[in-house]
Design a protein around this ligand. Sequence first.
Ligand code: ADP
Length: 292
Amino acid sequence: MDCKSCNKEDCPSKNQRPDERLEDFLERQELAKRMCKIKHKILVMSGKGGVGKSTVAVNMAVALSREGYNVGLLDVDIHGPSIPTMLNLKDVKMMQSDAGVLPVKVGPHLKVISIAFFLEHPEQAVIWRGPMKMGVIKQFLKDVDWGDLDYLIIDSPPGTGDEPLSVVQLIEDIDGGVMVTTPQEVAASDVRRSVTFCEKINLPVLGVVENMSGFRCPDCGKVTDIFSSGGGRKLAEDMKVPFLGKVPIDPAVVQAGDEGTPFVNAYGGTDTAREFNEIIQPIIDLETEKRT
Ligand code: ADP
């Protein structure tokens, strides 16, 4: 639909802002037109690296697509894109249509774009300053032909840097952020800082996921709390944000990630897959609430 014929009067992209150049306004409208076709946009964040943020983002996206929702997964982790490895999309060639860059299809309901698809060499180091990062993220949102989606899941680099900030500035109707943490990280201040960051930039925190919460024995399936667990729930209570659930350390998660098969696909019937599926329930509720 064209912005001119749209009757959504409260849309911030309807009118040019007083201090906005015409070309910036038209670009903002182009981006809004793409985003208009996506019902929910969710940013997956963490206080620091290695806590399983990308693993959670991939499995959330795949779990939602398995429920029949049309899902986009956007990897804006410019310095360490890991989604192509996790989905075995290492040698993809990007295609373009008149409507824009075509995202890579993974199954009938999932479309993926990663910065890694645009690098000449996978190991290429990317040295970009803030405005360049903002520029490339803008292209991913504006120039990719995402089509009609129920969810766009965005995997951002850890911390409170340019990438999550750009995403929030560019997507005017973003639903919110999902914060991934580990029991150890809860003790550190990084994750609290990330929640405060969300408050500052007016990004609702949809909830906290406690990943690597205990260890699930591959033989007996029993979970042992090798570090203290439950910190994620406590943190969520303290910071007055929802708790989405916890996932233990499961050796099969590492194996699935390394093999490029999403865990919830390869190990669908397991307890750990059930835990991943519980996390997406409040995200599914966003859509159900919208419909009712
Ligand atoms: P981040 O995006 O936070 O840097 P990743 O998602 O890349 O973290 O995960 C880091 C490593 O931890 C990967 O090898 C991944 O397979 C592993 N991992 C993540 N979550 C789990 C889990 N619940 N159980 C076991 N290994 C996990």
